[in-house]
Design a protein around this ligand. Structure first.
Ligand code: GLN
Length: 289
């Protein structure tokens, strides 16, 4: 019998293939892909490096590598992404949770101190649930409503709510803010409205990294002609959705914080100083009702 490639050889081949696809961190990604294909942890991969890999692992690895070479995001291939130290299931129906969005969680914890408060939280465009469900973990007495226009996204959010143990405090509502009357589906008022709405200028989407432009859901990215369409809709409904003294915390893209603040001010809320992410980008606009 001819022996197949060893685990180490598979790692090397994958790293070469990923390099030719213009990907960085290829050793790291190759190890993650092989661990996923083989169902092995990093230590086991190292210990067995010189062993021939089973045929099933070789085939699986070929398929996973081909997907990554097409610049499918690692999170979709692995089916999971960590956010705020919590594991979130992801699929191409939802935006991949990003470290930038942890800025919004930090802002919430800072502006709404007292973890035992029975906060009512609303997440517009809930996606994987990374914002809403993380907040429900941090505020154990809080309840949350997550709206999304994508039924497939709501399925993922529901699975994450269950695996994180917060399903009993989570209500997921199909709803599309592009359609009149959407806010009536949500039984507010809420103490905290959070959202990471689509904010990319339509014409610039194709220039983003291929992982984003070709694989992430357009619905979660496309912010219209000036990138700000969703903020206008959300801000207009905010005074009705948010209780007096409650907060809106919305994420935005680089250079958008001033415009987002103006939009919320025009709707009657009081925008506060934007919160910066780790790269120094003004990432989250807090607005008080
Ligand atoms: N953060 C995403 C990006 O960098 C955009 C997500 C969004 O539009 N909300 O491409």
């Amino acid at each position: 019998m001819i022996e197949g490639p060893t685990y180490d050889a598979l790692l090397r081949d994958t790293a070469v293939a990923l390099t030719s696809a213009g990907i960085d961190n290829v050793r790291f990604e190759a190890r993650l892909l092989l661990g996923h294909a083989a169902g092995l942890g990093v230590e086991q991969l190292i210990a067995r490096g010189g062993d021939p890999a089973p045929a099933g692992v070789v085939t699986a690895m070929r398929e996973l590598t081909a997907r990554r070479v097409r610049r499918e995001p690692m999170a979709y291939i692995l089916g999971e992404r960590e956010f705020w130290g919590l594991p979130f299931k992801v699929s191409p129906a939802v935006l991949v949770p990003r470290p930038d969005s942890e800025t919004l969680i930090e802002a919430a914890l800072d502006l709404l101190p007292g973890r035992e408060r029975p906060l009512r939280i609303l997440d517009l465009g809930v996606g994987s649930g990374c914002l809403l469900l993380t907040l429900l973990k941090e505020y154990p007495e809080a309840t949350g409503v997550g709206m999304d226009a994508s039924e497939a996204a709501l399925v993922i959010a529901g699975e994450n709510a269950a695996s994180l143990g917060v399903a009993a405090r989570t209500r997921l509502v199909p709803g599309d803010w592009r359609k009149a009357g959407w806010a009536d589906l949500l039984d507010g008022p809420f103490d905290l409205l959070v959202s990471n709405p689509p904010y990319i200028v339509t014409d610039t989407i194709s220039a983003l990294m291929p992982e984003v432009a070709n694989h992430e859901p357009r619905l979660a990215l496309d912010g219209g002609a000036d990138g700000l369409t969703a903020y206008r809709i959300i801000a207009a409904a905010a005074p009705r959705l948010i209780a007096p003294g409650g907060w809106a915390l919305v994420e935005g893209g680089e250079g958008q914080a001033t415009d987002i603040s103006s939009i919320f001010a025009a709707a009657g809320l009081s925008p506060q100083i934007p919160r910066k992410d780790l790269a120094g980008v003004e990432r989250v606009v807090p607005a008080l009702h």
